[in-house]
Ligand binder design. Structure first.
Ligand code: OOG
Ligand code: MG
Length: 254
């Protein structure tokens, strides 16, 4: 196995974060990083995993400032990353998890290429509020662009909401949200923070995938990127993420 992939897997399984690759390999490039990401996806699939979609990352200023990286990236989502909305956020197997509110888009048809928004709209099955659970395999979330791409954009898990926002698509950009952590409001924002409109993030993903002769398949989920800065999780934290249409209430457990 590629030694960098081995390092990432060891970090995950031993819950011990590692130093960014670019520290010892300054020439490690974004292109190599995406190749490494594809190799990991292939090996996950070979081990019986199923790909359920893609995630976009670093699509808002808040998130770019979070980690000091200024360009959108993508990663893949596996079936094993799906978490039920059962009121619990289990972090026992994770290194240093964080969560962030996102808009997710579910597709009802295959779609690919550099297309305008009006061509994407009829291919959307649903738009659901979502929570992404991040768990960088790098110490303190310190990394450069190629590191985080090789680490599948810090992907660890996600929870999908229940109420379709598609009927509100005109106002999607303005659907304000806030986050309460242990009864205190710690973040607020609206989906416009993501590239002006989170649906633009899907178009950006399609352009990124086109470079690798790929596209999106019917039924796939796209996480469009964190709307606010992410929130580090600690045992017993009580978290509420409030959307106009639904509230996620979560307790952090082992
Ligand atoms: C990188 C992943 C970024 C987002 O939504 O911007 C991301 C990180 O913050 O560790 O998922
Ligand atoms: Mg995210």
């Amino acid at each position: 196995m590629n030694p960098l992939i081995q390092n990432l897997q060891d970090a995950k399984h031993t819950r011990t974060p590692i130093r960014p690759f670019t520290e010892s390999l300054p020439s490690f490039s974004l292109e190599e990083a995406y190749k490494l990401q594809s190799t990991q996806l292939e090996s996950d699939l070979a081990q019986g995993e199923q790909q359920v979609g893609y995630k976009m990352g670093l699509t808002s200023r808040a998130k770019q400032k979070d980690v000091g990286v200024e360009e959108p990236i993508c990663g893949y989502l596996l079936k094993s990353m799906v978490r039920a909305q059962d009121g619990k956020l289990r972090i026992g197997a994770l290194i240093h998890p964080r969560i962030e509110p996102e808009v997710s888009v579910i597709l009802k048809e295959d779609v690919e290429g550099d297309i305008p928004l009006k061509d994407l709209l009829p291919k959307i099955e649903a738009i659901l509020p979502a929570i992404e659970i991040l768990d960088s395999r790098f110490e303190n979330y310190h990394f450069k662009l190629p590191d985080v791409v090789a680490d599948n954009a810090s992907a660890s898990g996600f929870i999908l909401g229940k109420k379709d926002l598609k009927p509100f698509v005109i106002d999607l950009r303005l659907m304000g949200i806030f986050i309460r952590l242990n009864a205190e409001v710690v973040e607020s924002g609206c989906p416009a923070a993501v590239l002006g409109n989170p649906l633009q993030s899907v178009l950006e993903l399609l352009r990124l995938l086109q470079k690798r002769q790929g596209g999106l398949k019917k039924g796939m989920v796209v996480l469009t990127g964190g709307i606010t800065a992410s929130i580090p999780l600690h045992l017993n934290d009580a978290i509420e993420i409030v959307w106009p249409t639904e509230t996620f209430e979560l307790r952090v457990t082992p």
